[in-house]
Ligand binder design. Structure first.
Ligand code: FES
Length: 575
């Protein structure tokens, strides 16, 4: 394989010189024990690793990286692993999303600054996937993503329990008195019992499916459990394949085309995927200069039925999804709804990869003629309460609330909600519309996953399980309910959400894609004059950079200065 390359590779700009620079670049790298022949012009493959013990979902990534290295060496490449900022959804405060753009900058600059010809991204926990894809897109090298795989099904007292989804349910049960605290604590260890990311169709599983649907991951990337030997075989094969991709100059921009984005939207509908996918795909498209907009989610996903019977929309978990045939079976079922000619990392089209893909369990992956729900896609709402849009996931909402008119009960911020939600004197009933302000990109900051507000315990005790909730926040992909999210512009940016008062009537009509505040324009103008900008305590560092430059949800909450494609070029050396 050595010296087989006809093109002079990018890495030779570092390792190929017969001068002082070449000496420096080779000599210091050799201190790791690499022999001379590895610097002979073979493809250098960066393995971008989001491993961290603070990101439990990615804690097994060193083993995956070792398998990728095996494949790279086998194909004649030279693997060099590097760490990037990891984003653990469960531990990071105030929210991992605040750091997605920062991590993407780390990925972008780490790739560009180093002698790398192609890159393998190891992704898993929610934000690690979009951060790595966004950063790599801004460099545009041959790129292949490998997801870490889901945890095994949670098992608690004979029942399968899903990451996240069960947390929301059990915590409400504890608040209503239906579950004792000792049971609640016992369930913790039963839910997360193996390596891997959340095994519901939450954001991590949705993003893993998107990796596969975009064609930037190998077939079956999404579903193989993290502890299954086939996850490691896939990593080995991916290592082999990235070397060929460098040879073919199959860059990320050749794969992430508008056709690939259209496929991803339709797949998100068919899997009942997370609303967070909306934000991440918009941001990713912005990096590549692909003409993909918020409206496209509705246009492309509106009539896509939900075929996958997984929590939180259904009853199974990712392990079952794998045994049932995984995403290839879903894409096969979607037939001509998919752009079958879209190219993927293995060199085949997505149509070729999924042609004849079998399904082994028709209750887990439904036929398109008998879907789980007829509307799996994510609905985009418009109206005077959300001039730049808002989203709702119909498959996770209650049918009886999809058309609803009710009086607003307003919480000014998350602390206000926590303080008053269980106050017995709170004037609220099941017809009320809960409104939460100042939880958007700038307001929180970072647009936390707090949009699925807890219901008041006095209503839970009455047996109420869902209410209309509206905010500029996001929601965990594992959550459910009639929850309107991503209202844009957000309250902290002076959007109409900031002007809502207790008792104002709000009308939601999901079928009509409408969200309106029934307050006259004159009254809203009066309130707008009185509105005062949120006082932020963030005057320095990354928080300030974020607040000053983050775009609104309808633009993917990326930084304004990161939008637009860049390149791998770097013209100056360090010595
Ligand atoms: Fe990491 Fe859910 S917390 S994927």
């Amino acid at each position: 394989m050595a010296n087989k390359q006809k093109r002079k590779l990018r890495s030779q700009g570092w390792f190929g010189g017969a001068d002082k620079g070449g000496f420096i670049h080779r000599s210091w790298t050799k201190n790791q024990g690499f022999p001379d022949h590895l610097f002979d012009g073979r493809p250098v493959i960066g393995i971008c690793n989001t491993w961290s013990e603070l990101t439990p979902c990615n804690a097994h990534f060193r083993r995956i990286a070792d398998c990728v290295k095996r494949g790279i060496y086998e194909a004649g490449g030279f693997p060099l692993e590097f760490p990037v900022m990891s984003l653990g959804e469960t531990l990071m405060r105030p929210t991992a999303m605040l750091f997605r753009n920062l991590a993407s900058m780390d990925v972008e600059e780490s790739i560009r600054a180093n002698p790398i010809d192609g890159v393998v991204l190891l992704v898993g926990c929610d934000k690690t996937t979009p951060a790595c894809l966004m950063g790599a897109s801004s460099c545009d090298l041959p790129t292949l993503a490998i997801s870490g795989g889901p945890m095994l099904n949670g098992k608690f007292r004979g029942e399968d329990i899903g990451s996240g989804t069960v947390v929301w349910k059990y915590s409400e049960d504890v608040r209503s008195g239906a579950m004792p605290m000792c049971d609640f604590l016992e369930a913790e260890g039963c839910m997360s019992r193996s390596a891997g990311h959340c095994m519901t169709m939450g954001t991590a599983s949705t993003m893993a499916c998107i990796v596969e649907a975009l064609g930037i991951g190998m077939p079956m990337n999404a579903a193989i459990p993290a502890v299954d030997s086939r996850r490691y075989a896939l990593a080995h094969l991916a290592g082999r394949r990235i070397v060929e991709m460098v040879d073919e100059d199959l860059r990320i921009s050749k794969i992430l085309t508008i056709q690939a984005f259209e496929n991803a939207v339709r797949v998100v509908g068919a899997i009942g995927g997370s609303t967070n996918a909306v934000i991440h795909l918009l941001a990713l498209a912005g990096r590549l200069g692909v003409d993909f907009k918020l409206e496209d989610w509705d246009r492309l996903g509106r009539n896509i039925p939900c075929l996958v019977n997984l929590m939180p929309s259904g009853k199974y978990l990712m392990e079952d999804f794998y045994y049932a045939g995984g995403l290839p079976a879903v894409i096969h079922e979607l037939g001509d709804l998919i752009n079958r000619d879209a190219i993927t990392v293995n060199g085949n089209t997505i149509g070729e990869n999924t042609s004849g893909a079998p399904c082994y369990n028709r209750d887990v992956i439904r036929p398109i003629t008998e879907p789980l729900t007829s509307q799996g896609g994510i609905a985009i709402l418009r109206g005077n309460l959300c001039p730049n849009g808002a989203v709702i996931k119909p498959s996770a909402a209650s049918a009886n609330l999809m058309k609803h008119r009710g009086p607003a009960v307003v919480f000014e911020n998350i602390e206000d909600l926590h303080t008053r939600i269980d106050d017995p004197s709170l004037e609220i009933d099941e017809t009320s519309v809960m409104v939460l302000k100042n939880c958007g990109p700038r307001g929180y900051p970072g647009m936390a996953e707090v949009g699925n507000m807890p219901l008041p315990s006095k209503l839970l005790k009455k047996g109420i399980t869902d209410m209309v909730r509206i905010s500029d926040a996001r929601m965990s992909g594992t959550a459910y309910g009639t929850v309107v999210l991503h209202v844009a512009p957000e309250a902290a940016a002076g959007g109409p959400l900031a002007l809502v008062k207790n008792g104002d009537y709000i009308r939601l009509d999901v079928e009509e894609r409408m969200l309106n505040l029934e307050v006259s324009e004159e009254e809203l103008a009066r309130r707008r004059e009185q509105w005062q900008k949120l006082q932020t305590p963030y005057h320095r560092g990354y928080y300030k950079l974020y607040i000053d430059h983050v775009l609104q949800a309808d633009r993917g909450a990326d930084f304004d200065f990161l939008v637009g494609s860049s390149s791998m070029e770097i013209t100056r050396d360090s010595h």
